[in-house]
Design a protein around this ligand. Structure first.
Ligand code: SF4
Length: 169
């Protein structure tokens, strides 16, 4: 259904998935199969549950304490167009968007098409945490990331300058 997103779960207030208090949507389905993944239950697209986009937006709009929303997973880019639709419906336009992905920024740009909506979701993302989780590069001291190959990218600046610009929170 077009008005629903397949989710693994929601966390209505988190302080570990980006700066400030954030509403986190854990999307269902991930093709990356990173060794040591902390959320293996999110991989199978036939699991999880369908949630109405409007219902999620209502929850986001009802919390004045939020600094932003975080799209995590799973692999959010599998449902890019639906997530863009969700973002467009949020009334508070001051909320920033952090998106986690197992793809690299360069892969998303290279694979972007009208069909998959990758570019649209990138344009609606402020900060992208990119790349697969690599257990040999795991570092628990990293801010908002699991392994040191992953980057926090300022997407708006990167798209504007046509190169990856790392974000410094
Ligand atoms: S991209 Fe994320 S959810 Fe997917 S396998 Fe890797 S760590 Fe797990």
């Amino acid at each position: 259904m077009e008005d629903e997103i397949k989710i693994a779960g929601l966390v209505e207030e988190s302080i570990v998935d980006g700066p400030g208090i954030r509403f986190v949507i854990f999307t269902q389905g991930c093709p990356h199969n990173c060794y040591g993944c902390h959320n293996p239950q999110t991989h199978d697209m036939s699991l999880g549950k369908c949630e109405k986009i409007d219902k999620i937006v209502e929850k986001i709009d009802s919390n004045p304490l939020l600094k932003g929303i975080t799209l995590s997973g799973g692999e959010p880019f599998l449902q890019s167009k639906k997530l863009v639709n969700l973002i467009s419906k949020i009334n508070n336009k001051n909320l920033d968007v952090v998106t986690y992905t197992g793809f690299t920024y360069e892969e998303l740009i290279e694979k972007a098409s009208e069909d998959n909506g990758y570019l649209e979701l990138l344009k609606n993302t402020d900060y992208l945490v990119d790349g697969r989780f690599e257990i040999d590069k795991k570092d628990e001291n990293l801010l908002f990331r699991g392994s040191s190959n992953q980057r926090i990218i300022d997407v708006k600046k990167s798209l504007l300058n046509n190169k990856v610009i790392i974000c410094d929170f």
